[in-house]
Design a protein around this ligand. Structure first.
Ligand code: CA
Ligand code: CA
Length: 166
């Protein structure tokens, strides 16, 4: 009887599942939450906007993650579009020192990159912000003027939440 009681307690505990939670309007993919914004803004405005939503401008850390982004954009646009999206990469602090600029004053060096041929070229002498160029199904990176107006992608870490189903 005592054993049975222990077993019941164990089963109830096993039924406490952990699942990822995203802010409203974000889509969960592999432990991160993404939102493709239809608004067009400068890089700094895009960054502020994402922060208002409790997220950061996109950080792409691996080829796998870029494939997720390609999937989101393909779902949105299909295979026939040329569109630029801001991500949080910039070389504002020091030329050609490309970093992911997330929270205020926090940045970290890019390990994975996916620059287009001849990029980053610092075009115009001050192309210091990263756009992800979607050219139908696939994306490629380019550096461009931070003041340009582009759509953007926000990313939030999925919050772990216990869901009791027992
Ligand atoms: Ca630059
Ligand atoms: Ca460029």
């Amino acid at each position: 009887m005592k054993f049975l009681k222990s077993l019941v307690i164990l089963v109830v505990q096993l039924c406490v599942l952990v699942s990822g939670q995203c802010p409203n309007g974000f889509e969960l993919n592999d432990n991160s939450c993404y939102k493709v914004s239809a608004l067009e803004a400068s890089w700094i405005e895009a960054k502020s906007f994402c922060r208002l939503l409790g997220s950061e401008l996109l950080v792409i850390e691996t080829a796998t993650e870029e494939a997720i982004v390609e999937g989101l954009l393909t779902k949105l646009h299909g295979s026939h579009i040329d569109e630029d999206y801001w991500a949080s990469g910039a070389d504002i602090a020091r030329e050609n020192d490309w970093r992911w600029m997330t929270s205020d004053g926090v940045s970290f060096r890019m390990n994975y990159t996916h620059w287009g041929a001849g990029q980053p070229d610092n075009g115009g002498g001050n192309s210091n912000c990263l756009v992800i160029h979607f050219h139908g199904v696939r994306t490629i990176w380019n550096d461009t003027l931070c003041s340009q107006l582009h759509s953007f992608i926000c990313e939030a870490r999925a919050q772990e939440q216990e869901v009791i189903v027992g």
